[in-house]
Design a protein around this ligand. Structure first.
Ligand code: NAD
Ligand code: IPM
Ligand code: MN
Length: 355
């Protein structure tokens, strides 16, 4: 098949991990006789530097016309001035919203080869296979936001808003994804305090009635955060508000040994999706060629699966990653005596693809 892929390398380690993933996608395409055409566009800090806008119109237009989008990361200290007119992160939020990508799938699997890389006890994390489904275009990230001078001082306001249909569509997706997995959904909220969470719980309960074969439970986000590290094996699909999902998924990365391991897919109604690792631009290690490319490489696998319908090809990448880890390949974040560079880790995955 032929496909157009938009690359958005972004900032920090973004270009490094996108380059690794392109090499892996190219190798898979060659083996299976597919033709992948790429175009690269600015987003985030580099786009602010070039155009003043963290999501230039030309980038959004190209993304709309693509079959799939692969993103590295945005942001960094250079653009952290609190008084700046705009921020790199705005570009990321705008592309998610502009493409209607309301569902962010963040699968978390513990690789048995990496059990020793996690600070958690092996018996807790062995066999963990869960999916955080993060609502991505609503909630605290997209409510009214402003500052004002009041009699009591400067006031800053963020609001957490949801309309019922936004909750319904993402919980429906959670239930149908659970159907193909362990048939369990944990809907995570803060219904003991927040009105938006009480609506979330009400809608989740309603939706679950259409999925008799799926068991739904509700859990408050604070105790869920605790359970993620004490009993991660008890989860299948978690579905939750935008910021709760952001925080819980970074926490869940500890189960895999490193934040650099986790991929994600952001999906909407159609086939178009945006694929990115869950980590950020890692300014502390950017430019050194030592970051872990696996989260992005596995995002490439998700791209083949969800946007291009290439399941066997996606699996071949996942298997190659597993085999490279089994053969002892480790970047610095995963520990080990002889850490590999980003390119050496990429080569280790490419070598396994050949087998
Ligand atoms: P971060 O995820 O960039 O880094 C957190 C820690 O994890 C750092 O020590 C980093 O070195 C390490 N790390 C992250 N990815 C790694 C990888 N692939 N290999 C090895 N180690 C890795 O989070 P942060 O430092 O809080 O944020 C830095 C910047 O990134 C901020 O500007 C933030 O807004 C942005 N950010 C962007 C995205 C995105 O583009 N999707 C996601 C998260 C944060
Ligand atoms: C992520 C990031 C982003 C988010 C930031 C950079 C806007 O943390 O993709 O997880 O919070 O969604
Ligand atoms: Mn995040």
């Amino acid at each position: 098949m032929k496909a157009n892929i938009v690359l958005l390398p972004g900032d920090g380690v973004g270009p490094e991990v996108v380059s690794s993933t392109r090499q892996v996608l190219d190798a898979v395409a060659k083996r299976h006789g597919h033709e992948l055409a790429y175009s690269s566009h600015p987003i985030g800090g580099i786009a602010i530097d070039e155009t003043g806008n963290p999501l230039p119109d030309s980038t959004l237009d190209a993304a709309k016309k693509a079959d799939a989008i692969l993103l590295g990361a945005v942001g960094g200290p250079k653009w952290d001035d609190p008084n700046a007119k705009t921020r790199p992160e705005k570009g990321l939020l705008a592309i998610r919203q502009g493409l209607g990508l309301y569902a962010n799938l963040r699968p978390v699997r513990s690789f048995k080869e990496l059990v020793a890389s996690s600070p958690l006890k092996p018996e807790r994390i062995e066999g963990v296979d869960l999916l955080v489904l993060r609502e991505l275009t609503g909630g605290l990230y997209f409510g009214k936001q402003f500052r004002e001078q009041t009699e009591r001082g400067v006031k800053a306001v963020d609001t957490l808003e949801y309309v019922d249909f936004e909750i319904r569509r993402v919980v429906r997706l959670a239930c149908s994804l659970a159907r193909a997995r362990k048939k369990k959904v944990t809907s995570v909220d803060k219904a003991n305090v927040l009105e938006s969470s009480r609506l979330w719980r009400q809608i989740a309960t309603e939706v679950s009635k259409d999925f008799n074969d799926v068991a739904i439970e509700h859990q408050l986000v604070d105790s869920c955060a605790m359970r993620l590290v004490t009993a991660p094996g008890s989860f299948d699909v978690l579905v939750t508000e935008n910021m709760f999902g952001d925080i819980l998924s970074d926490e869940a990365a500890v189960l895999t040994g490193s934040l650099g391991m986790l991929p994600s897919a952001s999906l909407g109604e159609g086939k178009l999706g945006l694929y990115e690792p869950i980590h950020g631009s890692a300014p502390d290690i950017a430019g050194k060629g030592i970051c872990n490319p696996i989260g992005t490489i596995l995002s490439g696998a998700m791209l083949l699966r969800h946007s291009l319908g290439l399941e066997a090809e996606a699996k071949s990448i996942e298997l190659a990653v597993e085999r490279a880890l089994a053969a002892g390949a480790r970047t610095k974040d995963l520990g080990g005596a002889n850490p590999l560079s980003t390119q050496a880790m990429t080569d280790a995955v490419l070598a396994q693809l050949e087998k």
